[in-house]
Design a protein around this ligand. Sequence first.
Ligand code: C5P
Ligand code: MG
Length: 169
Amino acid sequence: MSSDSRPPFRIGQGWDTHRIESGRPLILAGIRIPSEFGFAGHSDADVLFHAVTDALLGALALGDIGVHFPDSAPEWKGADSLQFLQHALKLVTDRGYELINVDTSVLLERPKLKDYRPRIRESLAGALNLSTANVSVKFKTGEQVGPVGEGRSCEAQAVVLLSALLQRR
Ligand code: C5P
Ligand code: MG
């Protein structure tokens, strides 16, 4: 029997929400979307990177983004959320896993995002060292109901699958 006690696969899910505010940038996976309003937040408020970061941390059962990057800490004010994602990705490798695929949803009433899907997917794939074939980005409105539907917030959801790397002998 193998002495390797790591599960062969680990699944993780992440969710994030940000308030919509006029004059703030609307950034999804590092891509700036032209819009008069954007997302409020302590960092750059990249709701999609935040959800994927939490999904990676969740797959490893290593807490959440706030444990690793407290929003009370001045060094993270206006931070580029790519560094949060890269931190989580390094933990994946450190724990002996590789990322297989990512599936995400962005819930936003407007603007329409579908024309930006290729750029957002490419950016997310690049940040995660994945082929775009293994990166899914879906968009949904809130059907004019609730905080998303009333245009008061944006939500992002992410699911990731990790696979154990072969143990070096
Ligand atoms: O929410 P609903 O099902 O009506 O969305 C229809 C389609 O509109 C989605 O499949 C998605 O591709 C697109 N969409 C978009 N930008 C949004 C919300 C939805 O491009 N902010
Ligand atoms: Mg966030």
